[in-house]
Every structure is written in C-alpha cells, then in structure tokens.
Ligand binder design. Structure first.
Ligand code: HEC
Length: 111
C-alpha cells in the first residue's frame, strides 16, 4: 500500500468512526431538502462540479451544521448561502448536514 492509499484508508476509517455515532438526524429528510434546494449548486451527492461551490460530500456533519448556522446568523458572510440558510430550520440543518456527511467524499488531485 502506498502512502496516499494508506492516508485515504486512515481518513476513511476516522470519518466512519466520527460520523457514525454522531448522527441522530434524519438522513432521508436531509436528502429531500438537498434535492429541493441544495442540489442545484452542490449536486445531490454533494460533489459539486462547479469550483465556486464547495464539495460537501463526506465533510464532518458538525462542520456543515456550524457553517449553516453561521450563514444564518451572519457570523459567516456570503450573500448566496445567507439566503439559503435563512430558509432552514435547526432540524433542516441537522438533517441536511447528516445527509451530505453520509455521501462519499472525492479526493481531488492536480496533475
Ligand atoms: C445558488 C447556489 C447554492 C445553493 C442553492 C446552495 N449553496 Fe451552499 N454554497 C454555495 C457557495 C457559492 C458557497 C461558498 C460560500 C462561501 O465562500 O462561504 C457555499 C457554501 C456552502 C457551505 C460551506 C462549505 C464549506 O466548506 O465551508 C455549506 C455547508 C453549504 N453551502 C451548504 C448548502 C446547503 C445545505 C444548501 C441547501 C439548503 C446549499 N448550500 C445551497 C452555493 C450554493
């Protein structure tokens, strides 16, 4: 196993460990919300193909939820995401964060 593959395996194991027990949210409800609102920019699987829109797949659910709460409160400023976050309840935030966190991350490499 080369170093990069080893790193991926370790990261995957850590993510599986971290994501597993934390999720008390409703992933299916999160998927529905993602389909209605977020997929246009972040793709339904959270692997955005547009560089301006960050990839969400496989990110820690806590990180995603914090980002969304911060957009909603104005602590993190972005006009696009401020508008998106306004429409989300606390439960929507937990659900949609759990959903995108449950999607497989794709590692990007530059040639
Ligand atoms: C119109 C396009 C668009 C839509 C729709 C959209 N987003 Fe975003 N999203 C963005 C852009 C652009 C950014 C980068 C903003 C920044 O620089 O802070 C972003 C950033 C984020 C981030 C922060 C990612 C990070 O790595 O810090 C999260 C989380 C997020 N969006 C979640 C969502 C969710 C959940 C929805 C659906 C409820 C959604 N977005 C809908 C365009 C969009």
């Amino acid at each position: 196993m080369n170093m990069a593959a080893h790193t991926v395996a370790v990261v995957a194991a850590v993510l599986a460990f971290v994501a597993g027990p934390v999720v008390a949210a409703d992933v299916e409800a999160g998927k529905k919300k993602a389909q209605e609102v977020c997929a246009a920019c972040h793709n339904l699987d959270g692997v955005s193909t547009i560089p301006e829109n960050p990839k969400l797949a496989g990110q820690y659910p806590d990180y995603l939820a914090k980002a969304l709460r911060d957009y909603k409160s104005g602590a993190r400023k972005n006009p696009i995401m401020a508008g998106m976050a306004q429409g989300l309840s606390q439960k929507d935030i937990d659900d949609v964060s759990a959903y995108f966190a449950s999607q497989s991350a794709v590692l990007a490499t530059r040639m």
